[in-house]
Write a protein that binds this ligand. Structure first.
Ligand SMILES: NC(=O)c1ccc[n+]([C@@H]2O[C@H](COP(=O)([O-])OP(=O)(O)OC[C@H]3O[C@@H](n4cnc5c(N)ncnc54)[C@H](O)[C@@H]3O)[C@@H](O)[C@H]2O)c1
Length: 414
């Protein structure tokens, strides 16, 4: 029997390939025609899925935008985006529309699993009632579960198979069914008692990262004022063999997860008369980081007798993390916008991001970006770039990732 995947992005496409590699036929559905066309031609648009890996299983993957194809699947996994609205409230639009589509083709005996990150209660209170519009009852006529995705784009030390998968079923039979399915592609399944526990597990993981990144970022701002090297402090603290986990300071948080997911929980918590202060505080500090970085650029230029206005600023790396082209919520975008507002003459180099239409910029060759630059700014340190050579080629440099510190290069650190 085939596995259906709704939403073929960073989460859905690797899942589709994994199930195909495990021998399943896969119905891969997306509303984005360009993705369907690319998949049919064996062209991957996700860095973690090389073309040859996709092409090796292409015969088993039916890329489609036709919901009817899902009726023949024994399990359907929903991997659509869960963004925030402009007011920073959960935007369940894609989830609701994919659920409605699923309700139109749902068959008795199918398993439906939600993988999208969301607040506790979504699977039971939002997804199940929409699927019930089919006339079928969750937990009785079909199985329903939540299983959060833990994919970390660009990571190679853990794979889908070696990363434990958390599963929470609406009923214990739903959990059994989901566990059996994921066992085909994951070595370790972690069962929790409810979808709510599974939903909150994912949020705890992301909030943990967000809070710890904010902590070290706040210390970085303090260290800047106290003239203490934050990197030296983090390196030293990391030698403690227990009770400490390393987090590095940086220009802020990016990606689809950390800047977004925690606010799903703070929104939900308000219904329970709770203000989740750690989440709000971490968000506030991390959102301040691009402003701190730009003020360091201003100070650096000022010390050289130059205003930001008219200075040529070379930005290295604009995606939110090394080795990927994902620019969602990337702090580089905020830094570029703030520098542009101050009148800087901007250019950037990023081998993973061809252009930034909203900023009117295209990636230029590294040599061109560095030529005549007044200051270079390492925002995201992509592999394969000689950052030491880059900072040596310009009069001033600011290294927001600490990648040049080991060689004691001339760059000023965050
Ligand atoms: N990217 C990550 O690293 C990551 C990691 C863990 C969890 N997640 C979570 O997984 C979910 C998906 O994230 P992503 O990064 O894969 O998003 P994405 O934007 O890369 O992919 C989502 C896909 O869903 C499609 N889509 C949107 N609405 C649809 C609909 N109604 N029907 C069918 N397809 C639809 C989009 O066209 C897109 O291709 C989110 O909830 C996210 O928080 C993401």
């Amino acid at each position: 029997m085939a596995v259906g995947i709704i939403g073929l992005g960073y989460v859905g496409l690797p899942l589709a390939v994994s199930f195909a590699q495990a021998g399943r036929d896969v119905v891969a559905l997306d509303v984005d025609r360009r993705k369907i066309d690319a998949l049919r031609e064996g062209r991957s648009y996700i860095e973690d899925v090389p073309d040859d890996e996709l092409q090796a299983v292409l015969g088993q993957i039916e890329a489609t935008s036709r919901p009817a194809a899902l009726a023949h699947c024994d399990a359907v996994l929903i991997c659509v985006p869960t963004p925030l609205t402009g007011n920073r409230e959960p935007d369940l639009g894609p989830l609701v529309s994919s659920a409605r589509m699923m309700a139109g083709v749902l068959q008795a005996g199918q398993l439906v699993v939600l993988e999208s990150t969301t607040y506790p209660g979504t699977t039971r209170e939002r997804l199940a009632p929409i699927l019930a519009e089919s006339g079928l009852v969750a937990g009785e006529d079909f199985n329903l579960a939540f299983s959060p995705e833990r994919v970390d784009p660009g990571r190679t030390d853990y794979t889908m198979r070696t990363t434990p998968k958390v599963v929470g079923g609406l009923t214990s039979a739903c959990g059994d069914r989901a566990e059996a399915l994921y066992s085909e592609v994951c070595d370790t399944i972690v069962r929790v008692s409810t979808p709510e526990a599974a939903e909150l597990t994912k949020l705890l993981e992301n909030i943990f990262r967000s809070v710890n990144i904010a902590l070290v970022n706040e210390l970085a701002i303090l260290c800047d004022r106290m003239a203490i090297d934050i990197w030296e402090v983090v390196d030293a603290a990391s030698t403690k063999p227990y009770g400490f986990m390393r987090f590095d300071p940086g220009p802020g948080m990016g990606g689809h997860c950390l800047p977004v997911d925690p606010f799903y929980l703070s929104w939900r918590a308000r219904e329970f008369d709770m203000v989740t202060e750690f989440i709000e505080l971490a968000g506030k500090i991390n959102q301040q980081m691009p402003y701190h970085c730009v003020s360091k650029v201003e100070r650096l230029l000022n010390e050289a007798g130059k205003p930001v206005n008219g200075s040529k600023v070379a930005v290295l790396g604009v995606s939110y993390k090394p080795g990927v082209g994902d620019i969602r919520e990337s702090p580089a975008l905020k830094i570029l916008a703030l520098l542009a507002a101050l009148g800087a003459d901007l250019a950037y180099h990023d081998p993973f991001v061809e252009s930034l239409p909203d900023h009117g910029l295209c990636s230029e060759p590294l040599e061109d970006v560095l030529a005549d630059a007044d200051v270079a700014l390492i925002v995201t340190a992509h592999p394969g770039i000689d950052h030491d050579a880059a900072v040596a080629a310009v009069p001033l440099a600011l290294d927001l990732r600490g990648v040049t510190r080991r060689t004691g290069g001339p760059a000023v650190l965050l």
